[in-house]
Design a protein around this ligand. Structure first.
Ligand code: FAD
Length: 433
């Protein structure tokens, strides 16, 4: 008999809750990862850095496991069918995995759980991705928080060593199933290619975290951790990062709490999974949805250098600085009056750190339709934002070198005109209530 640990977005050996409980169990553990063809087949661009990142990480895990006489079984297919096959191949006693809060994942896990349970196989799931989940943080009247500041206060009040202590998986590494290295499908086998993109380092730069509050808003400086892709795929542990944040910088801790907050919103308000505004009156806005203007935004050709720089950084690297994410998102929604869901989908396609909860939260924040969003009448002025956060155009020049030319394209829309237009459109929709 064996136990299986099912890896998803928790791709590390150390401090991993589900893996820890699997290894502590009775039977030898074989880790499994499934490249879900239902997700991969939907990706039109087969040069996808995220698939490459996962693949590289699995290769790494496989090597680490080889060092302790074990391996990881990597499959490509429809998870339900893969599980049917695994049940035929192995005499499985138990399956362990970590919670995932997106709708697709919840449905998948329910089906897999039913399939396993029907054969008498235990399916055990754990919190690993966040510090607090589900109903762990509620208001005095037992409702979920929808505003960040009181949520973060409660989060901090409730935090104690128990929630951030590491799971010492290394004590039980002997319990991995002893096996030769198992085959790893190549990217090509799955129809994908290498992208040549660089992935940020996994290491935590303490100096960056210490100076975070001073430098985080300046896009020309590497003043943020660049850990988002690692948090996305679980190559670092959130508990370890919170331990660091507590000793190094409370402002950075707040960012990690924002991450928990949006996951919490996703769990409690599943309607946001279905392309709906968090506040439903915002679904009434009549968008212009001009496709030519959308294209100009995507390509970084709006005539607003800060917006263009951000979009080009995204297109080239799969990353965009947070300040610039806010500016470009606001520009699409407010200046061009294009549905925030178009922007959300474009970011989802391009961001290496794409995460449904954070991305949806960020877009609804920009549109004013989300929880704790910017009030809709507060409209970023790209020129003022540039003066404040990139006054010497250092960031802009990096991505838009032609900015100093006299023939830099005219803005596709004039700021004051756009401002009045969007205010009218929002007011019309919101007044209907
Ligand atoms: P740091 O500033 O060092 O922060 C540390 C970590 O905290 C991040 O890695 C991230 O996991 C978390 N975090 C920080 N800010 C936020 C936030 N506002 N919401 C949730 N978590 C946060 N973040 C994503 O991880 N995935 C996304 O798809 C995503 N889409 C976004 C879309 C828009 C329109 C906006 C405005 C923001 C979005 N963010 C997203 C949040 C934020 O921009 C990134 O997390 C951050 O820029 C990543 O860089 P970093 O790792 O250097 O972050």
């Amino acid at each position: 008999k064996v136990s299986i640990f099912w890896y998803r977005r928790d791709l590390r050996l150390e401090d991993n809750a589900g893996l820890y409980y699997a290894l502590k169990g009775t039977y030898p553990v074989i880790p499994v990862f499934i490249f879900d063809c239902q997700i991969l087949d939907k990706l039109d661009n087969k040069h996808d850095a995220r698939v490459e990142f996962i693949h590289k990480t699995l290769k790494n895990l496989r090597q680490q496991l080889a060092g302790i006489g074990s391996s990881i079984m990597v499959k490509y297919g429809n998870p339900i069918e893969v599980w049917r096959d695994l049940m035929k191949t192995f005499d499985i006693s138990e399956v362990y995995t970590n919670h995932d809060y997106e709708k697709y994942a919840i449905d998948r896990d329910r089906k897999v759980g039913e399939l396993l349970n029907a054969e008498g196989i235990g399916f055990y799931t754990y919190k690993d991705q966040v510090i607090f989940e589900k109903n762990e943080i509620l208001t005095g009247s037992k409702t979920p928080y929808t505003v960040f500041t009181p949520y973060s206060k409660k989060w901090k009040d409730q935090l104690n060593d128990f929630y951030i202590k590491s799971y010492p998986t290394e004590l039980y590494f002997n319990n991995f199933l002893k096996t030769e290295s198992l085959p790893l499908p190549s990217l090509k086998d799955m129809g994908f290619f290498e992208t040549g993109k660089n992935f940020p380092e996994k290491s935590i730069d303490e100096k960056t975290i210490e100076d975070y509050d001073k430098l985080r808003d300046i896009p020309s400086i590497d003043g943020t951790s660049r850990l988002s892709v690692h948090l996305r795929f679980g190559t670092v542990s959130i508990r370890k990062l919170v331990q660091k944040a507590l000793s190094l910088n409370q402002i950075w801790l707040n960012e990690l709490i924002w991450r928990d907050f949006y996951m919490n919103i996703l769990w409690h308000f599943p309607h946001i999974n279905n392309a709906k505004a968090f506040r439903k009156e915002y679904d009434e806005i009549v968008w212009r949805n001009n496709e030519t203007e959308f294209q100009a935004w995507c390509e970084g050709k709006t005539g607003y250098p800060i917006v263009d720089a951000g979009m080009r950084e995204l297109n080239e690297t799969g990353f965009m600085h947070n300040r610039v994410r806010m500016i470009t998102a606001s520009f699409l929604v407010k200046h061009l009056l294009i549905d925030w869901k178009w922007g959300e989908a474009y970011f989802a396609d391009k961001l290496l750190d794409y995460d449904f909860a954070a991305n949806n939260g960020g877009w609804q924040w920009a549109a004013g339709s989300g929880c704790d969003a910017a009030p809709y009448f507060r409209i970023f002025n790209p020129t003022a934002q540039t003066q404040r956060f990139d006054p010497e155009l250092k960031y802009i020049r990096r991505w838009v070198p032609e900015v100093s030319n006299f023939d830099y394209p005219e803005p596709i829309v004039e700021h004051t005109f756009a401002r009045e237009r969007v205010l009218k459109a929002y007011k019309k929709a919101l007044d209907r209530k």
